[in-house]
Design a protein around this ligand. Structure first.
Ligand code: CS2
Length: 487
């Protein structure tokens, strides 16, 4: 079947770019062009283009495999955003994409593209682990072989911070201003973290470069939110049936979308406020609310749900016990928040539950379960530590943490084995193999200082609560353990 492209665009019944694509300049380079970027930031840049500001085309880059390049380049960068809400489906072709480069195939070409004078913004969605920062301390992992390779030869970078450093160095060399770096991953203080990582790498390569980036660069903090489950082959087949051409680059998402950006830029930017993006001086309260309520519940209910055979999030929250557990988790997490003006926590919780219940998304609990070692600190552990410091109970949070620990064993409650998809999987497997009781398993996993801050791991109230939760999971299974927490 013919592919979606500029030539076949007229055939699709979807909403289409209503601007002259040929006149668009590349003002943005995006590192890590997965589904989330295509359903979130790219839509905002597409709106900017549609408003008549043609500076904001997006060159995508994959830092690992050519998969997305092979989806999008044969389609002239076009793809369909399928917004699903229950039985409703809205189709829109996004035209902001200016093609995709594959970093490992030609790192110098990507650095040159980032150093182009028209580029003013570099956005990133490289997942938590892509920053090469220690999740607990936030320091660049200089012992990581790819970071070490970048430090030894920055002319052919391999890591996301390495590409940013190399491109900023190239811009400085020709007298260009730095671009603004916007991390769009669910990391706490994402802007400050990538800034620290980039400065640390730059300092080791050229201290003057580090000083220049520190003085002239901008790394605004952001909170980004939209549920974008991975596309599956059936989604592509179904869309082809509807639009008459094949779109290998399609993405599916919920209607909700939110982007809060710290108002700090190194140069030009689209009129974000006019495009529905919230600009503020204080992103942290938005970020904490989102990470601890949405993502905290997502992770906890995914481990409990996946262990007990709930394949999708909407199925997990359709189970009244797991739904009540999510509410109990929120009761605990919300006391640690300092809600930003304009955020009504009760209404937000209600909206989140409705979003989790969207049955058209088919969001797999196993997708969310991935990379838990990178997610736990900001989603569950930060709030836990604050509640313990305030002398408050942590039963629901502890069950979320214990469910992550159970997941590391690679076997569900029905005995199905699976491969733990986590950068620390080999380490957790080794720790578990050396322990022969549940108490010892918990104690072993708590020694992972990249996940558990040592002070928390040594807190007897924390150890006690997580151990009790883990034992409850072993004895009763995930759903009953959740019920006991909500009693
Ligand atoms: C999810 C997030 O996969 C996950 O870990 O919790 O991707 C979540 O869907 C987004 O952060 C929603 O904005």
């Amino acid at each position: 079947m013919t592919r979606l492209s500029d030539a076949t665009l007229a055939a699709t019944p979807a909403a289409k770019p209503a601007y002259d694509r040929a006149a668009v300049k590349t003002g943005v380079v995006h590192l890590g062009i997965g589904a989330f970027h295509r359903a979130h930031q790219a839509v905002v840049f597409d709106d900017a283009l549609a408003s008549g500001d043609l500076r904001w085309g997006v060159l995508g880059a994959s830092l690992r495999s050519p998969g997305v390049r092979d989806q999008l380049n044969p389609q002239d960068g076009l793809y369909t955003l399928v917004v699903r809400d229950g039985a409703d489906e809205h189709l829109r072709v996004i035209g902001a994409g200016q093609g995709v480069l594959v970093g490992p195939e030609d790192p110098a070409a990507l650095v040159a593209a980032m150093a182009h004078p028209d580029v003013h913004i570099v956005t990133l969605t490289v997942t938590e682990k892509g920053y090469r920062l220690d999740p607990a301390t936030g320091d660049v992992m200089v012992e990581d072989p790819e970071v070490a390779a970048d430090l030894a030869d920055i002319s052919a970078p391999r890591t996301a911070p390495g590409f940013v450093v190399a491109a900023l160095r190239a811009r400085k060399a020709v007298g260009l201003a730095p671009f603004t770096v916007i991390s769009c991953d669910n990391l706490p203080h994402n802007g400050a973290r990538i800034r620290a990582g980039v400065l640390e790498m730059a300092k080791r390569i050229d201290p003057e470069l580090a000083d220049w980036v520190a003085a002239e660069g901008a790394f605004p903090q952001t909170m980004i939110d939209r549920i974008v489950p991975a596309t599956i082959p059936e989604d592509i087949d179904k869309l082809a049936g509807r639009i008459g051409v094949r779109d290998e680059g399609m993405v599916k998402a919920e209607p909700f979308t939110q982007w809060v950006i710290e108002d700090r830029f190194a140069g030009p930017r689209p009129d974000f406020a006019a495009l529905g993006v919230q600009l503020t001086d204080a992103v942290a309260p938005w970020e904490d609310a989102k990470l601890r309520l949405l993502n905290g519940a997502h992770s906890a209910v995914s481990y409990l749900g996946a262990l007990s055979g709930h394949e999708h999030v909407h199925e997990a929250v359709a189970n009244p016990v797991l739904k009540a557990f999510v509410e109990a988790l929120w009761d605990e997490a919300e006391t640690t928040l300092n809600p930003p003006p304009g955020l009504d926590i009760a209404a937000y919780r209600e909206e989140l539950m409705a979003r989790f219940s969207n049955s058209a998304l088919m969001h797999r609990t196993r997708q969310i379960a991935m990379d838990g070692s990178q997610k736990l600190p900001q989603r569950l552990l930060a709030g836990t530590a604050e509640r313990l410091a305030a002398g408050q109970s942590i039963e629901a949070l502890a069950l979320g943490v214990a469910a992550w620990m159970k997941w590391q064993s690679g076997v569900t409650e029905t005995g199905e084995t699976f491969v733990v998809d986590d950068p620390l999987a080999a380490k957790t497997a080794e720790l578990l193999a050396g322990a022969d009781t549940d108490e010892a398993r918990v104690a072993a996993l708590l020694t992972l200082s990249a996940v558990f801050p040592p002070a928390l791991a040594a807190d007897p109230a924390f150890v006690k609560a997580v151990t009790a939760a883990y034992l409850s999971l072993s004895t009763h299974g995930a759903v009953e353990a959740a019920r006991l927490v909500t009693e």
